[in-house]
Structures are given as C-alpha cells and as structure tokens.
Ligand binder design. Structure first.
Ligand code: GRG
Length: 300
C-alpha cells in the first residue's frame, strides 16, 4: 500500500513539476522545442516502479515523519527520478545498449530520433538540478547538500563512472569484486543517493546519515543482483527488452559468476545487511524495511 501511495504521489507530482517547465517555454517555442518536451514527458511519465522516489519519501519518514508529507519533498523525489529517466534514455541509445523497447514501449530514440533522445536525457539531467535548486522553504545549506549528493551520485564518481566501467567490461571476464564495484556505481549510487536525499531533506544527524547510507549501499547492490536474477528468469516485464540481453551481449552478471542459487544468496545477504544497518531506528523506518524486502522479492 505504501509503495502504491508513493507511486501515485510521484506520478501526480512529476507532470506538475516537469510540465511546468514545458508550459513555461512552449508558448514561445518552435515545434522543435515542443518535440523536445514531448520526448522528455514520454521518457518520464511512462510508468516505471518509481523505486528511487519511494526511497526518498521513506527515508525522510524514517528520520522525521513531520517532513515526509511536505510538498517540497516532491521536488527532491522528482529530481532523482529525472536522473533515472535520463540514464535509461541514454543507456538505450545505439551507442550504448541499443535497445528498442523500454517498459514495453519503443525507447525514446525509436519513438523520436537519436538526437532528440540525447537532448531529452541532457534536458532531464538539467531539470533534476533545477528542481533541487528550487525546493521551496529549505535552508541554503541543506539545499546545497542535496545538490552535492545528487551530483556526486550521478556523475563520473557515481552512475556515469559505473556505466564507463560497464562499457569497458563487455566481453571481458571481470571478477566478482570488479562486478560489484561497477554496480555500486552504475545502479547503486543513485539508489543510495535517493535514501541520502530523503534523509538530508529531513535533517538527519551524522549517525542517522551513516546508518541510512549503509542501508542504501546494501539495497542499491541488492537491487542489481535481483535485476540480474530476473534477467535470467525472464519476468514478463523483461520480455519487453531483449530477454537475457546482458547475457547475450556477454556482459557479466551475478548468476554468471555465482550461479543462480549463489546470486539469490547474495541478494538475501545484502537484504540482511540493509536491515541490520537500520536496526536501531524505530517504527518510522518500517517502510524502509518493507522496501528492502520488496527490492529482493520483486518479480519485475
Ligand atoms: C547512460 C549515463 C548513463 C548511465 C546509465 C543506470 C544505468 C546507467 C543504466 C541502466 C541499465 C540497466 C537496465 C541496469 C539494470 C538495473 C536498472 C537500473 C534497471 C532499471 O531500473 P528500474 O527497474 O526501472 O527501477 P523502472 O522502469 O522501474 O524505472
């Protein structure tokens, strides 16, 4: 129920927050600008589990439930989803994974064209930081901390760096350590940042931040392990993409290195690490516990 509630909340907030930017410019815009906004909407408002925004809401709630329902928190949740959407649009490009389908629909460069998809991703990235810079009623030092967290997690020391390692690893045989280092950055950094952003928004102290960071690191990696497992087991959602695409492209995966059972055990161990990290939080962290469970038990 909480997941659905938060998904609804971000699905309502995203068009409001991104649409605002579109309508601000559209009335003066040439058709090309409208096409750009259309591609941005197409890539952001087309479903998705919204795991990262839900983590933002749940982490804020764990630290201080008084902040969790703030409308301002929607800016933070939307910002992280914009970065996620941008990463998927660019990841699907011919120069990267060259995928035709995403969430069961044509990818952005198929529905529009490659140049538009590059711009949609670029635009979503900028929009994310515009959203953080304009979070209402927030002290400047806290706003700056949010911007730094998202920038570090999505840039070359985070997601972009992970993608670079991934590109370099195709047709190689990395060790488990290299695989984990890659995923910590590529997928893990943004999930971890989502937790941190919610916590920072709600004014977490250093001790809370450290524990939540440990939780975020563990579930960030668990998410990827589960993704690899689902890629092998072929969930219905994954049939939209080329099933087993990573394996077909000879990309390293957890089941390839650990076997399917070993990968499942790794996911379970990471789940337990996440739970231990927030063990001394009270009932307010219950949603984070449920989300950790969702991440390792999800079927798509
Ligand atoms: C191109 C800069 C750049 C980065 C790309 C995150 C990433 C880096 C690429 C995504 C590739 C991918 C499919 C990785 C597997 C794990 C993952 C992030 C899956 C997609 O996230 P979900 O399951 O997607 O949260 P939804 O559709 O639910 O939003």
């Amino acid at each position: 129920d909480y997941l659905r509630q938060c998904q609804q909340r971000i699905d309502d907030a995203l068009p409001r927050l991104i649409g605002k930017a579109a309508s601000e410019y559209a009335e003066h815009a040439a058709p090309h600008l409208e096409r750009l906004f259309e591609s941005i909407h197409y890539s952001t408002l087309n479903g998705g589990k919204r795991v990262r925004p839900v983590l933002v809401y749940a982490a804020a709630r764990a630290v201080n439930p008084g902040f969790a329902n703030d409308e301002a928190l929607d800016h933070v949740a939307a910002a992280v989803e914009c970065i996620h959407a941008y990463s998927l649009v660019h990841d699907d490009l011919p120069a990267m994974d060259d995928d035709d389908l995403r969430r069961g629909k044509p990818t952005c460069h198929i529905a529009f064209d490659e140049a538009t998809a590059i711009l949609a991703g670029d635009g979503l990235q900028s929009l994310a930081f515009e959203l953080l810079a304009s979070v209402p009623d927030l002290a400047d030092n806290r706003r700056l901390a949010l911007i730094r967290t998202l920038a570090a997690a999505s840039g070359p020391r985070g997601m972009v760096g992970g993608q670079a390692i991934d590109l370099g690893a195709v047709n190689q045989s990395p060790t488990l350590e290299t695989l984990e280092a890659m995923h910590q950055l590529k997928t893990g950094a943004l999930l971890r940042a989502a937790v941190r952003l919610g916590a920072q928004y709600a004014g977490a102290n250093n001790d809370q931040l450290r524990r939540l960071d440990d939780y975020g690191r563990a579930i960030g990696l668990a998410f990827q392990v589960q993704d690899d497992i689902l890629d092998i087991e072929g969930s219905t959602e994954k049939l939209g993409k080329t099933q087993g695409a990573d394996i077909a492209r000879n990309k390293p995966t957890y089941p390839a290195l650990l076997g399917l059972e070993g990968a499942k055990q790794r996911a379970q161990a990471l789940f337990e690490e996440a739970m231990a990290a927030i063990a001394n939080f009270d009932d307010q962290a219950q949603r984070l516990r449920e989300l950790a469970e969702f991440i390792v038990q999800r079927e798509h």
